[in-house]
Design a protein around this ligand. Structure first.
Ligand code: MRU
Length: 342
């Protein structure tokens, strides 16, 4: 597997090549591989790679070996549900195909990882199409974190919408939150927009409300790490504050996410596990201390935006206006019907 180490961007485009699933697990943990859909895709490839290293002789031992691999990958980051969704798909392959023939199992796991990757690219396209259709003309969009090609298997979710709106000549400008403390906005989203030649401006996170007050934002579009059944959304910390500011200024607030990011098993956002980050990410800057020694730190990687602050959820299946338990249940039954072919 080859992946771009996102911690090195924008200074260096460093490709890591590995056949060791532990390198992938570690890359997810340190955010070299990041963004909800990409984490799921990488984990699926990780399970497939591990199957080539399981040298165990009997089916039970192979199953145990892969269960250990799945547990390691599942322990990397807690919030993005795509990780658990993709691992569950690989677990289902193991139980469906069985481990009597290792070559067949290996090929089936590779095929499933490729399918997850390809489906994600297709979902990004559909999200881009749905989202760009509902944006106003000459849109000025504010986005947070990175929900682009770097975070997915395709053109991105929030950035997929932005990219298609640009191609449709509906987009005027993008405002990019720097996204403290790990700077996914300035390091990654700005890098992607620059490559796409889309006009953008970088701003400190705490300038976003002022930008809205000045009338410079016509819509906010962000991605998601996990969506609860009632439409509450966990996304990069700072998203909730943007949603409150957008509501105050009567600006539409859109969440773009594939259906693989929806966790229908979770009733409301308060049940979503939120990752806490290491204190050094706040107390140090480039290895230099920027806070008194021993300071107590609170650093959640994500926050939860209540569904009533969300104008619409832009999914690959459809746009869910005013997401709530009822409208999300309609989406759920639509998905169930599609999967049974009815
Ligand atoms: O901590 P990160 O960089 O993995 O957080 C990423 C986000 O919050 C994204 O907005 C989300 O995963 C959607 S990516 C299409």
């Amino acid at each position: 597997m080859r992946f771009l180490d996102q911690t090195k961007l924008p200074a260096r485009e460093e490709i890591v090549e590995t056949s060791d699933y532990r390198i992938i697990a570690e890359a997810i943990k340190r955010l070299a591989i990041r963004g909800a859909p990409l984490i799921g895709i990488a984990a699926a490839y990780g399970v497939a790679l591990a199957a080539f290293h399981c040298a165990e002789q009997n089916a039970k031992r192979i199953n145990d070996c892969l269960e250990k691999v799945i547990a390691t990958l599942a322990g990397t980051r807690p919030t993005a549900v795509n990780l658990f969704w993709a691992l569950e798909r690989q677990r289902a392959v193991v139980s469906r195909v069985g481990a009597d023939s290792l070559p067949i199992l290996r090929q089936s796991l590779v095929d499933e990882a490729i399918a997850i990757h390809r489906e994600d690219a297709e979902m990004c396209e559909a999200i881009g199409k749905h989202g760009s259709e509902i944006l106003p003309h000459a849109a000025t969009i504010l986005t947070h974190c990175n929900a682009g090609a770097l975070a997915t298997g395709g053109i991105g979710t929030a950035l997929g919408v932005i990219r298609m709106a640009w191609e449709m000549k509906k987009l005027k400008h993008v405002y990019v939150d720097e996204t403290r403390p790990l700077l996914q906005g300035s390091r990654l989203t700005a890098w992607e927009l620059q490559q796409l030649d889309i006009p953008y401006t970088l701003l400190p996170d705490n300038a976003a409300a002022f930008l809205m007050q000045r009338g410079l934002v016509s819509a906010v579009v962000v991605g998601a790490d996990r969506v609860a059944h009632n439409g509450d959304v966990a996304n990069k910390v700072g998203t909730y504050g943007l949603a409150i500011a957008a509501r105050h200024h009567r600006i539409p607030f859109y969440v773009a996410a594939p259906v693989s990011t929806i966790d229908f098993a979770i009733t409301r956002g308060s049940e979503i596990p939120i990752e806490q980050r290491r204190s050094e990410e706040l107390t140090e800057f480039n290895g230099v201390s920027v806070a008194p020694p021993g300071v107590e730190v609170y650093s959640p990687a994500f926050d939860v935006t209540p569904h009533d602050l969300i104008t619409a959820m832009i999914t690959n299946a459809s746009v869910v206006w005013n997401p709530n338990a009822e409208s999300m249940a309609v989406l759920k039954s639509k998905l169930a019907q599609a999967s049974t072919g009815r």
